[in-house]
Design a protein around this ligand. Structure first.
Ligand SMILES: NC(=O)c1ccc[n+]([C@@H]2O[C@H](COP(=O)([O-])OP(=O)(O)OC[C@H]3O[C@@H](n4cnc5c(N)ncnc54)[C@H](O)[C@@H]3O)[C@@H](O)[C@H]2O)c1
Length: 252
């Protein structure tokens, strides 16, 4: 029970890696998992699945770009479950559906959700962890696109994920003495996001796979297990690091 006594809040948890992480935290004995998303119906399904399996969870509507909604999500977590120990800033959108890789509206959207969303999560989540008084772990979902560039994504995707990588290290530097650890996770080729465009195309994916030493895409649970390690006390001396989960893509 690697999440025993821990209350976790996960943004973007109605789908994909966020949902997989919510289910895994519950299976690992979390005291409670708060599923937060803009997709209320899908989020309710994740909560129902967790409860059916004997876990404890609740849903909160959260648009990560909205500061007031972050405050409400954190207030809900504290009131309903008595504290906050783990925050997973997972919500995000893809940059692979844009035709114009310098479209200004897309830049603002990508930076708003992928970067400002993480900043606001840290602002309100870390304040709640301080109140809880038991330290904490923040895990920010970046990407290999936060480490290297790609020719086929809107430049804002790389920029937004690069910002996540560095805000993570700033958070680690600022909150280490409070026992609050901050780390980033960098998935490689995974199942497409809901907002994926070109990267969902099977032909493009097959081409990308040629550059992945393990020769296959990752599965959502393979990222969820990396997040679990950083959330649990097993990683108690790990902060400010970047955990790459990419089948070796960026190693070559
Ligand atoms: N799938 C990949 O190939 C891949 C690779 C590397 C990194 N990532 C990152 O992993 C994270 C999870 O991606 P995924 O593959 O599970 O994608 P997904 O599209 O399945 O899930 C993303 C979730 O974020 C939610 N979301 C979007 N905008 C939101 C907002 N404004 N407020 C709250 N929630 C919002 C969506 O509703 C969705 O539930 C993202 O940050 C993504 O950038 C994904």
């Amino acid at each position: 029970m690697r999440m025993k006594d821990k209350v976790a809040l996960i943004s973007g948890a109605a789908s994909g890696m966020g949902a997989a992480t919510a289910r895994l935290f519950a299976r690992e004995g979390a005291k409670a998992v708060v599923v937060a998303d803009i997709l209320d119906g899908d989020g309710a399904v994740v909560v129902a699945e967790i409860e059916k399996a004997g876990g404890r969870a609740s849903y909160v509507h959260l648009d990560v770009t909205d500061e007031a909604q972050w405050q409400q999500a954190v207030d809900h977590t504290m009131a309903a479950h008595g504290g906050l120990h783990v925050l997973v800033n997972n919500a995000g959108i893809s940059g692979s559906a844009e035709q114009d890789l310098y479209d200004t509206a897309a830049w603002n959207r990508l930076m708003g959700i992928n970067s400002t969303g993480v900043f606001l999560g840290m602002k309100y989540g870390i304040a709640a962890m301080r109140k809880t008084g038991q330290g904490g772990s923040v895990i920010n979902l970046s990407s290999i696109s936060g480490i290297v560039g790609q020719g086929y994504l809107h430049v804002g995707y790389n920029a937004s994920k690069g910002a996540v990588r560095l805000i993570t290290k700033a958070g680690a530097a600022q909150h280490g003495k409070e026992g609050i650890r901050v780390n980033s996770v960098h998935p490689g080729l995974m199942p497409p996001m809901r907002t994926s465009g070109r990267t969902a195309d099977p032909v493009a994916r097959a081409k990308t796979l040629k550059g992945v030493p393990m020769g296959r895409a990752g599965e959502v649970d393979e990222v969820a297990y990396a997040i679990l390690f950083l959330a649990s006390d097993e990683s108690s001396y790990v902060t400010g690091t970047e955990l790459v989960v990419d089948g070796g893509w960026t190693a070559v």
